[in-house]
Design a binder for this molecule. Structure first.
Ligand code: 13P
Length: 338
């Protein structure tokens, strides 16, 4: 069992590859589709994801895709299960298993992620449906007086319970404590909160006997708030993020796959590339982007069958740029080249 976990975790962060997060819940995909004036129907969701999963050559840069429950069970227009489309292409299917961030009683403005009840049985079923890794996202907001230490610990506890249950089922847990980039806080404040969050998470992972070699961490980058007066530049973000991760993440963890969290597509690529250019890192540093991988392709698609081929090439291009960034081989002029 632990050998399978270690193998899957390492395959997900194979050289020059990362993860596509395509696990938008019903409300989130509805929001994304609204931006192109498209209704979120079962068929539109299917067609959109089928377009992404059949994009030529994207599997050269994408090792795994995180799916939503509906998608893991869904068949493409040709009657083949979407998870099978991925597997046949050498891409590992994953599954979002949390049930969302809910208000934390007694702590106004803070949330705790739910979904542990019945998780053991759901994981068994997901394994049978082909999922080999999973995701659970905890959300930490920065604002005056928050996050509290209690919020960090409650979320870390949930992440560790989830991670232990995943490993019991032969599924690699992606542990995602996301410190949001909303707000006007500076880089130093993001760094302080991210360090506190990661410290709490690894204390709980160790307490729950989670095998570090058989998991991946999905953190935010250490970045200025979106509304900060002076936002840190690419090198500033890269240096602060690498310093924080070195302080908090044991070398036994095979890989760290960032979320994009509201960064633009190119910004997310440039940041990842700058970190890998620093070099001398004990873990693979790669991506598990949702918006930063999909935004351009969604715009190119517009819900039109006639746009599938051009949307697919936009998607593969973005994946290729991030594949290069995952080994520190990206440069801005590559944006025009392919
Ligand atoms: P973003 O890259 O859009 O932040 O999404 C990644 C993700 O999976 C968040 O849970």
């Amino acid at each position: 069992m632990s050998q399978e976990l270690v193998q899957t975790a390492n395959a997900l962060v194979a050289k020059g590859k990362g993860i596509l997060a395509a696990d938008e819940s019903f409300p989130t995909i509805a929001k994304r589709f609204k931006s192109i004036g498209l209704e979120s129907t079962e068929n539109n969701r299917r067609d959109y994801r089928h377009m992404l999963f059949t994009a030529p050559d994207f599997s050269n840069y994408v090792s795994g895709v995180i799916l939503f429950d509906e998608t893991l069970r869904q068949e493409g227009p040709d009657g083949k299960r979407l998870a099978e489309v991925l597997t046949e292409n050498g891409v590992i299917p994953g599954i979002k298993v949390d049930k969302g961030a809910k208000a934390l009683a007694g702590f106004p403005g803070e949330t705790v992620t739910e979904g542990l009840d019945g998780l053991r049985d759901r994981l068994k079923e997901y394994y049978d449906l082909g999922a080999r890794f999973a995701k659970w996202r905890a959300v930490i907001d920065i604002a005056p007086g928050i996050p509290t230490q209690y919020c960090l610990e409650a979320n870390a506890h949930g992440l560790a319970r989830y991670a232990a249950l995943c490993q019991e089922a032969g599924i690699v847990p992606i542990v995602e404590p996301e410190v949001l980039m909303d707000g006007d806080h500076d880089l130093a404040r993001c760094q302080q909160v991210t360090e506190a969050a990661l410290t709490a998470v690894f204390a709980q992972l160790n307490a729950h006997n989670v095998l570090l070699e058989g998991m991946l961490l999905k953190p935010n980058m250490v970045i200025s708030g979106k509304k900060a007066a002076n936002r840190a530049d690419v090198d500033g973000v890269a240096a602060a993020t690498v310093a924080t991760l070195k302080r908090c993440v044991p070398a036994a963890v095979p890989g760290i796959v960032f979320l994009s969290g509201g960064q633009s597509s190119v910004e997310a690529t440039a940041h990842l590339d700058a970190m890998n250019k620093i070099g001398d890192l004990p873990w693979a540093l790669s991506f598990s982007y949702g918006r930063a991988l999909q935004e351009d392709a969604l715009k190119a698609w517009q819900g039109q069958a006639g746009n599938v081929a051009s949307a697919q090439s936009v998607f593969t291009h973005r994946a290729k740029m991030n594949g290069a960034a995952a080994v520190g081989a990206y440069s801005a002029n590559m944006e025009q080249a392919s």
